[in-house]
Design a protein around this ligand. Structure first.
Ligand SMILES: CC(C)(COP(=O)(O)OP(=O)(O)OC[C@H]1O[C@@H](n2cnc3c(N)ncnc32)[C@H](O)[C@@H]1OP(=O)(O)O)[C@@H](O)C(=O)NCCC(=O)NCCS
Length: 136
């Protein structure tokens, strides 16, 4: 059974590290801001499969470090977690949700009505662009 629930910052770190920056030290994925964020985890039974972190400022939500375990990608778990994040953001009456997305993940976000709203740029060998979904 799939469940999504709030998790602690440290629960996100191993999966972030394995999936996003395996060649960097583990500390690279541990953000100072994590302690001001809201973290969600998607579980299959008790196994943590996908994580995302939400940071709210002035009624606007930024999400960061969305990661699904490599062997579990492409099975729809991320889409479920993103839909949950959207619902949660609406409940919290956020005006919009945005992220600095990896260009490789653009189609994933576009499927749930996020739009690219910037030029792309590169950091540590990865191409990014800003994406946004505004709520009415
Ligand atoms: C981006 C990421 C979080 C998406 O999570 P995920 O669990 O793989 O997401 P989904 O399985 O819902 O969707 C991924 C793709 O698989 C496809 N898919 C979903 N269910 C599927 C299924 N049952 N069969 C085949 N394909 C499927 C989706 O259509 C989607 O394709 P798209 O990228 O063209 O939209 C994940 O791929 C990841 O961790 N990537 C590496 C880190 C990263 O890039 N994070 C995002 C930073 S912005």
């Amino acid at each position: 059974m799939i469940t999504i629930r709030e998790i602690t910052p440290s629960e996100t770190w191993p999966i972030r590290h394995r999936v996003m920056w395996p060649d960097m030290p583990a500390s690279y994925v541990q953000l100072e801001e994590d302690f001001n964020g809201i973290h969600f985890g998607l579980f299959e039974e008790e196994n943590l499969i996908s994580v995302v972190s939400l940071f709210v400022k002035d009624g606007v939500g930024q999400f960061r470090k969305f990661a699904t375990e490599i062997t579990e990608q492409g099975k729809g778990y991320g889409a479920k977690l993103l839909a949950f994040l959207v619902t949660e953001s609406r409940k919290r009456e956020l005006k919009e949700l945005w992220c600095n997305a990896r260009v490789s993940a653009f189609p994933f976000y576009q499927r749930q009505d996020f739009e690219v709203v910037s030029e792309t740029w590169e950091k540590d060998g990865v191409a990014y662009g800003k994406m946004r979904r505004v709520f009415n």
